[in-house]
Design a protein around this ligand. Structure first.
Ligand code: C5P
Length: 217
């Protein structure tokens, strides 16, 4: 049912350089993004994966564009978004990056003070893609959210707030308390969509989650 449709998927986790050898990164493996690509290909779609630091074999039939940083991910997605029918932002994008990248490796010496790395916010790519859609209904844009509950709200409440803030069509919410998700083959999510629709997918493989339906998709 996705024959002739083009699906753009971001996967993995971005890395932000501190100096030529060090970076700020995250634990995303890219497994959920690659599972989504495999499911979309099985349904007949043309799939482009923009992969940030993923160490997995590319799904057969996909086109993989490799990137490292948030800025590279942004450029790769913004340039391809307008020709996509569906965009799925499964990548874990760094929220902060060093304000400046040192040209040379930062040396440790006993005399010098501990280095301080000043951070700045990265651009919110998902929000930018939603804005760039300019009121049109295409592409359908799906976000992911890794949440933990806290004293102010539950995981799901944080998810609803994020869906409203980001303005995407669907939000796939993971509960990442206790390291339950990263690098694993299984996950458990709730898909939040239009009209307060919430589809719960109990613990199952990331491939099964990739095949789940919500919001009429
Ligand atoms: O705001 P938060 O990082 O929780 O939102 C998660 C969603 O937003 C994911 O779909 C992620 O790919 C996307 N994101 C983004 N650009 C950022 C941060 C997150 O596109 N700078």
């Amino acid at each position: 049912d996705l024959r002739g449709r083009s699906v753009l998927i971001s996967a993995g986790g971005t890395r932000e350089a501190i100096d030529p050898v060090r970076f700020i990164g995250n634990r995303s493996s890219g497994k959920q993004g690659y599972a989504l690509a495999t499911a979309a290909i099985a349904r007949g779609a043309d799939v482009i994966i923009v992969a940030a630091n993923v160490n997995l074999p590319p799904p057969a039939g996909s086109t993989v564009v490799e990137v490292e940083s948030t800025e590279e991910l942004r450029t790769a997605l913004v340039g391809r978004c307008a020709s996509a029918d569906i965009v799925i932002m499964a990548a874990a994008v760094a929220d902060f990056r060093p304000r400046a990248t040192a040209l040379h490796k930062i040396k440790k010496s006993d005399e010098s003070a501990d280095p301080v790395i000043e951070l700045e916010r990265t651009p919110d790519i998902l929000a930018e893609l939603v804005l760039g859609r300019d009121g049109q209904s295409r592409p359908i844009i799906v976000g992911f959210a890794a949440e933990t509950g806290d004293e102010t709200a539950s995981v799901r409440e944080h998810g609803w707030a994020k869906l409203a803030r980001k303005g995407c069509d669907l939000l796939v919410v993971n509960d990442v308390s206790d390291g339950k998700v990263f690098g694993r083959d299984e996950n458990e999510v709730v898909i939040l969509g239009p009209g307060q629709e919430a589809v719960e997918i109990p613990r199952t493989s990331k491939s099964h989650i990739a095949g789940a339906r919500a919001g009429g998709c």
